[in-house]
Design a protein around this ligand. Structure first.
Ligand SMILES: Cc1cc2nc3c(=O)[nH]c(=O)nc-3n(C[C@H](O)[C@H](O)[C@H](O)COP(=O)(O)OP(=O)(O)OC[C@H]3O[C@@H](n4cnc5c(N)ncnc54)[C@H](O)[C@@H]3O)c2cc1C
Length: 553
């Protein structure tokens, strides 16, 4: 499967970036040369790159840069959410799915020679009324032009064909949304954007305007958003919804197929990956919570990264942390507070997460390994996983081990301080509504994880506050699942890709090394390409008509 993918170096195609950057970089050249001078013994010292954060984004950047011979250090602040809480990352808890289009990650694990994933698995969706949807393994079935395979092979328990067909008009918006800056601005409009005051705001409004039936919305789209964007449709932006739906579900029939990590991502992937980087000279410093940056007024660059009382020199820095920690850094940073793009980040928001791992006193038959649920109460979406089917560690356990991840929305933050017993009771009552057998078993062990503000919230109007990969500091670059990229991927794959893109920006800026090869998302199917071209031409013709500005755009 991987052998036939086309490999295109993204930055080779975007020359504009390199030349645009060189204008700014020229002024810095003298400085860079002094920073990476030759030692007294005549040997050239390596240029120093600091990567802040050791998730997919930070490791992705470090991975490429240490291969290019830079002196790379990854700084990891570590999780500490207060006394009496476990000090660990959501990666030690949350179960991670890897969808068919995660080409760069699948390529990476092949490169590392590891096999961290399950086979392709089937998943299901539940509502408060029980089982709603079962997904097949789409790649095993005859391939139809999108979206017909998804529409007809998916097994809807209660949803009628008529309900399903009401999704078809939405394809007009899918075709119109091409992940460009223009389409993000169009579909992520907010009230203070006067030129597009009446455009679609929320995902719910998008589905309403395109005529989706109430049942299709409640039973399919809303739960999908709870899993893909971690928020119900009325709290998700329409642009993020279209981008996510296209990437995971609609671009190609097989895109919704997924495998699971057979243990924590930390243990199965990051561990061996970091070992391979250590061999190439990469350093990992734990317990280094970055608090500020030292800004050199003469060069206009960040010259040092500050971790409490310690400071580390850098020729280039990549910030690969989530929104909430970046907000913390900005609020305390004299350097970042001076820049608009960082101040805007303070408007962004993140979502709380509660994870519950339960060991039960006997076996429960859980038909599908992974399950998405919504409609159990007003605001929470949640997922549950059969860990006996996913994790090697629990494969032969005589009892059931199940994990429920409750994504907590704004109106439900009161769930976070719930006592452990109450969290378990809630999880068991939810599980029993999905599968009756949960009523007849007892919990013999539990692990609860509380992760405030740990998921990106793509709320309507958030696009204008999101950061790009480059910043107004010439040597400071950004990566993560909330950073704007034209690649088109989402979630872990997006973090990894933006990490590689940040590495490419460093290569470009320091003018050393070669660009990372980033595998692009699979091309649109021919009929989608044709419809997109037609739509673009019609938009151009419409814009040239004399009365084009007469009607609301
Ligand atoms: C429960 C859960 C389930 C998920 N399920 C899936 C899934 O099934 N599939 C999928 O693709 N995605 C899933 N995601 C999303 C996915 O995990 C994220 O998109 C991805 O991990 C983000 O990676 P990142 O490198 O951008 O950020 P992170 O993984 O958040 O990494 C940031 C790193 O920076 C460190 N850091 C923070 N502040 C500082 C500081 N001041 N100094 C130094 N270091 C700092 C943090 O400790 C952290 O290690 C899930 C997320 C959660 C929480």
């Amino acid at each position: 499967m991987l052998g036939c993918w086309r490999v295109i170096p993204t930055f080779a195609a975007t020359r504009e970036y390199r030349s645009g950057f060189c204008c700014r970089a020229e002024d810095q050249q003298t400085q860079i040369q002094t920073q990476s001078q030759t030692q007294s013994n005549g040997l050239k010292t390596k240029k120093k790159v600091l990567v802040v954060g050791s998730g997919w984004a930070g490791l992705g950047a470090a991975h490429h840069l240490c291969k290019q011979g830079f002196d790379v250090t990854v700084l990891e602040g570590g999780y500490d959410f207060g006394l009496n809480r476990l000090v660990c990352s959501p990666d030690d808890y949350g179960i991670r799915g890897f969808w068919y289009p995660f080409r760069n990650i699948f390529n990476l694990v092949d490169e590392l020679g590891i096999k961290p994933f399950t086979k392709w698995t089937r998943s299901a969706q539940y509502s408060g009324e029980g089982l709603e949807v079962e997904f097949p393994i789409f790649q095993d079935l005859p391939q139809w032009p999108t979206p017909f395979g998804t529409l007809f092979y998916t097994e809807f328990i209660r949803l009628s064909l008529v309900d399903r067909l009401t999704s078809l008009p939405l394809m007009a918006a899918v075709v119109d949304f091409d992940n460009s800056d223009t389409s993000w601005r169009k579909y992520d409009a907010s009230k203070d954007n006067s030129s597009s005051a009446d455009l679609i705001f929320t995902a719910r409004e998008l589905f309403r305007q395109f005529g989706c039936s109430e049942r299709l919305y409640q039973d399919v789209f809303n739960p999908l958003l709870q899993v893909g964007l971690f928020a119900p449709a009325e709290q998700c932006g329409a642009a993020a919804t279209l981008g996510m739906l296209y990437y995971f579900v609609l671009a190609h029939q097989k895109d919704f197929d997924l495998v699971w990590c057979r243990g924590t991502v930390g243990e199965k992937i990051f561990g061996p990956w970091m070992d391979s980087m250590r061999i190439q000279g990469c350093k990992f410093l734990e317990g280094r919570k970055v608090t500020d940056f030292f800004f050199n007024m003469e060069t206009g660059c960040i010259s040092e990264v500050i971790c409490g009382k310690e400071s580390l020199k850098a020729d280039a820095v990549i910030l690969a942390v989530g929104i909430s920690t970046l907000q913390e850094i900005i609020q305390n940073s004299a350097a970042l507070c001076t820049r608009d793009e960082f101040l805007k980040v303070l408007n962004l928001a993140s979502i709380d997460l509660l994870t519950v791992k339960l060991q039960l006193d006997s076996k429960v038959n859980i038909p599908k390994a992974s399950n998405a649920c919504s409609g159990f109460d007003d605001s929470n979406g949640w997922t549950f996983f059969d860990l006996n089917a996913i994790y090697d560690e629990h494969k032969d356990d005589p009892v059931t081990v199940v994990q429920a991840d409750l994504v907590i929305q704004f109106h439900a933050t009161e769930l976070l301080p719930l006592k452990d017993e109450d969290v378990v009771a809630k999880a068991m009552s939810y599980l029993s509504k999905c599968i009756k057998d949960f009523e007849n078993v007892a919990v013999i062990d539990k692990e609860i994880g509380r992760f405030p503000k740990s998921l990106t919230h793509f709320f309507p109007g958030s696009y204008k506050y999101m950061m790009r990969g480059s910043t107004s500091f010439p040597n400071l670059f950004m990566a993560g699942d909330w950073i704007i990229t034209r690649h088109g991927s989402w979630s872990q794959e997006k973090s990894f890709v933006t990490g590689l893109e940040a590495a490419n920006r460093v290569v470009d800026y320091l003018e050393e090394g070669t660009f990372a090869k980033i595998i692009p998302v699979e091309e649109d199917e021919p009929h989608i390409q044709a419809l997109r071209n037609l739509n673009r031409n019609l938009n151009e013709i419409r814009a040239q008509l004399p009365w084009s500005n007469y009607f609301i755009q």
